[in-house]
Write a protein that binds this ligand. Structure first.
Ligand SMILES: Nc1ncnc2c1ncn2[C@@H]1O[C@H](COP(=O)(O)OP(=O)(O)OP(=O)(O)O)[C@@H](O)[C@H]1O
Ligand SMILES: [Mg+2]
Length: 349
């Protein structure tokens, strides 16, 4: 093979997923609620990007918009979502349907509502298989049993006939993973795949996702409110606040030189294994802003312990630090604070 192999393959120049200036707003009784605000990122084949932020920061709306699952007369979407070069924003449902499950799949935040409670789990897997693959009933059954085994369900033959309500939370989450991976998608959007599970089961599920991903060279968008979860399991991290990306960097860079006070506050509020009760050490003070009436300036300023006048007056743009792959939206980034004077930025309109 020649090196670099990528150069000779025109397909590899196209990122698996390219999200550009994506915004999603809801028309509500209180006005337009901008849940996702001009978000851009890229994801390469087999790579993992973590999307972190507090509750209400827009993580689920972002993931659902990328999947093409948000529609309706009260939803406004602008920007672009390109998957393997194909524009998904505004694509007809028939086109999206042929991608779902087969080339891109999603694990939903709440497995109990995402699974059909009155359908046996085996059938829920075979339905997806038969929809996308040209296989007969017995082949689909054998594949489903094998998938249940791969996701670590004991006695998969017996469990094939169980209903979701008969399984523990961790087992239901494994079934969700089996359904999502049934047709070997290129991209998995995993929305809080371990929320509500105890820490040991959380780690098992995340390890399982990681190994399945590696075996299949599948890319993943891992959505979580917990920076600890993405610290060891992602290549890059996107930090969201009030629907915007406020910091984005390769994972190791983010932890070694985080720039945003919000990221620092999120990290301080991450539950630690060393804390016996696994409870949050310190919630971020104050409340996230009302997305129908954002304050002028930086949306985090009212809660930021470093905020200065400028932060309350003008919204900081997303800019690069010393490295082009590290972006942040802060007038007074953390690293610069240790110097004699804050970095001065000019206010852009
Ligand atoms: N269908 C909808 N109509 C109106 N507002 C919505 C709708 N869906 C989400 N929102 C709002 O969009 C914002 C972002 O919600 P989202 O569910 O994406 O947050 P999140 O980051 O996933 O939070 P969590 O960590 O709690 O899951 C919230 O203010 C939410 O109330
Ligand atoms: Mg969510």
């Amino acid at each position: 093979m020649t090196y670099p192999p990528a150069a000779s393959d025109p397909q590899s120049a196209v990122p698996l997923l390219e999200v550009t200036e994506l915004s999603t707003s809801f028309r509500t009784g209180r006005g337009l609620l901008k849940a996702v605000d001009r978000v851009s990122f890229r994801l390469g084949r087999g790579r993992t990007i973590g999307v972190v932020g507090e509750s209400g920061s827009g993580k689920t709306v972002l993931a659902r918009t990328v999947m093409g699952l948000l529609a309706g007369s009260n939803v406004e979407k602008t920007g672009s979502v390109r998957f393997e070069g194909q524009e998904l924003l505004g694509a007809p449902n028939s086109e999206l349907r042929s991608l779902w499950g087969a080339r891109m799949a999603m694990i939903f935040q709440d497995p109990m509502t995402a699974l059909n409670p009155v359908m046996r789990i085996g059938r829920q897997i075979t339905e997806s298989l038969r929809l996308h693959l040209d296989i007969d009933r017995s082949e689909a059954r054998a594949t489903a049993v094998s998938l249940l085994a791969q996701v670590g369900i004991p006695s998969p033959e017996e469990r094939y006939g169980s209903f979701p309500g008969e399984l523990s939370g961790g087992m239901r989450q494994r079934v969700m993973i089996a359904i999502a991976l049934a047709c070997s998608p290129r991209l998995l959007l995993a929305d809080e795949p371990t929320t509500g599970l105890d820490v040991t089961v959380q780690a098992q599920i995340l390890d399982l996702l990681g190994s399945l991903q590696y075996e299949r060279n599948m890319a993943m968008v891992l959505v979580t409110h917990d920076l600890g979860v993405v610290a060891t399991r992602t290549d890059d991290i996107v930090v969201m606040y009030a629907g915007r990306i406020v910091e984005m960097a390769p994972t190791s860079r983010l932890f070694s030189s985080m720039a945003m006070p919000y990221t620092e506050a999120l990290l301080a509020s991450t539950p630690r294994l060393s804390n016996p009760s696994h409870t949050r050490l310190a919630a971020i003070e104050g409340r996230p802003p009302d997305l129908t009436a954002l304050p002028p300036g930086c949306p985090f300023a009212p809660r930021c312990r470093y905020a200065q006048d400028l932060c309350r007056r003008a919204a900081p743009p997303l800019v690069t630090a010393e490295r082009p792959d590290h972006l942040y939206a802060c007038w007074y980034p953390l690293g610069a604070r240790t110097g004699p004077a804050p970095v001065s930025h000019s206010v852009s309109s």
